[in-house]
Ligand binder design. Structure first.
Ligand code: COA
Length: 176
């Protein structure tokens, strides 16, 4: 199978990725998940893997965020919504997406570090790609609640200019 990777704005990418994302996270499935009530940020950019028919078979959203670590400014590039179409899994597509995400966050967006959140069962995939556990506390904004601790999934960091492992990390906005 031939495939290609494209990067799009969050909004145009959403239109193309919507069938995949709705199939991977249907409303009734999300309703059972620990993060069902979380309000998520929209991605600023999207990395898409397309097949020969121009169907999106894998997706990752990129989130650029001026955040604070222990009250000091940090520029984060977040990765969220990593998903591969069911029939295309275990072929390295998510790994290819994540490698491209690192190139983008380092060379295009010049982030201090990358940040993603995942369930423990997916951590080994990211660990093999160089992501490391962040052991500190993460704070985010949620509608009607203001600033709250975010602990439903585990934070992983990709070291770029800095290598944070602990401290109070305030995303200064919605999580991804
Ligand atoms: C998690 C998810 C994105 C992984 O996508 P994927 O494209 O299958 O991932 P990859 O193929 O890059 O890697 C998956 C596994 O296949 C293995 N693999 C990679 N290339 C392979 C190849 N050519 N042949 C066989 N196996 C391969 C990897 O080693 C990896 O093993 P692991 O599960 O032990 O870590 C996918 O399962 C998915 O969409 N899940 C539902 C949504 C979700 O939970 N997303 C995670 C959000 S954090």
């Amino acid at each position: 199978m031939h495939h290609r990777i494209e990067i799009m704005s969050g909004e145009s990418g959403w239109r193309l990725a919507r069938p995949l994302l709705n199939a991977v996270w249907p409303i009734d499935v999300v309703a059972q998940l620990p993060w069902k009530d979380i309000a998520w940020a929209d991605a600023d950019h999207r990395i898409l893997v397309l097949d020969d028919h121009d169907d999106v078979i894998a997706h990752a959203g990129l989130h650029l965020r001026d955040a604070q670590l222990d009250a000091g400014p940090v520029r984060i590039c977040g990765v969220g919504g990593v998903a591969t179409r069911y029939d295309c899994r275990e072929q390295g597509l998510a790994a290819a997406l994540m490698r491209r995400a690192v190139t983008e966050m380092r060379d295009t967006h010049r982030a201090d570090f990358g940040l993603l959140f995942c369930e423990p069962r997916h951590a080994p995939l990211y660990a093999r790609l160089g992501w490391r556990a962040f052991e500190g506390e993460v704070y985010v904004e949620q509608p009607q609640q203001g600033r709250v601790r975010f602990a439903v999934t585990d934070p992983l960091v990709f070291d770029l200019r800095t290598s944070p492992r602990e401290g109070a990390l305030d995303l200064c906005g919605l999580p991804w």
